[in-house]
Write a new protein. Structure first.
Lengths: 112, 119
């Protein structure tokens, strides 16, 4: 069964600093990979997704993620954090036709 | 495009009553919809997979008789929490997968969620 691990339940950065949120998946076959953001009491918003077209995926709000098969990783990055980036971030994995399986989430805090 | 709505967004009910939550895909058809449950500060837990015209597939540990799922059309799935108790209080989120899988790359589109509080 697919699984995804997000290292670090809480990440704190200063405004303008690099954001790095880690995600590792378990799969022998490259799966579909996603990053979602959730603001308090709201649903999920898709940041970006990997579908094997390109290993470096650019998403919304300046986020990007790189698929590294050798490391089974799909880490999320943003060069310069904004206060508005403070939220909960979820990495998710799925195979063709199956439900998304979510990681436990990482809370991103941004300080001024 | 690819909008999913949920109704109601928030519901408070008394213990022992039943609550129905609707999930609609507004601008696409979805043969498959998913229901998730999210506890505070926790991740999303898949409860069941809802397929149009057939019985839902429940994840291990989810009570079928407690959480009734109906997927009557390509744009509507409902989750009914029967005889709700305070421990059923949670944030319920649905998602829908576009019938055109190849186009959507297996992406699921999420509803805004329903906050259920059982007193």
């Amino acid at each position: 069964a697919q699984s995804v691990t997000q290292l670090g339940s809480h990440v704190s950065v200063s405004e303008g600093a690099l954001v790095l949120l880690r995600c590792n998946y378990s799969s022998s076959v490259p799966p579909y990979l996603f990053w979602y953001v959730q603001y308090p009491n709201q649903g999920l918003q898709l940041l970006l997704k990997y579908t094997s077209a390109a290993t470096l995926v650019k998403g919304i709000n300046g986020f990007e993620a790189e698929f590294k098969k050798s490391e089974t990783s799909f880490h999320l990055t943003k060069p310069s954090a904004h206060m508005s980036d403070a939220a909960e971030y979820f990495c998710a994995v799925s195979d063709e036709g199956t439900a998304l399986i979510f990681g436990k989430g990482t809370t991103l805090s941004v300080s001024s | 495009g690819a909008v999913v709505s949920q109704h109601p967004s928030r519901v408070i009910c008394k213990s022992g009553t039943s609550v129905k939550i609707e999930c609609r895909s507004l601008d696409f058809q979805a043969t498959t919809m998913f229901w998730y449950r999210q506890f505070p500060k926790k991740s999303l837990m898949l409860m069941a997979t809802s397929n149009e015209g057939s019985k839902a597939t429940y994840e291990q540990g989810v009570e079928k008789d407690k959480f009734l799922i109906n997927h009557a059309s390509l744009t509507l799935s409902t989750l009914t929490v029967t005889s709700a108790h305070p421990e059923d209080s949670s944030f319920y989120i649905c998602s829908a997968r576009d019938i055109r899988l190849a186009i959507s790359h297996n992406e699921q589109f999420f509803g805004p969620g329903t906050r259920l509080t059982v007193l």
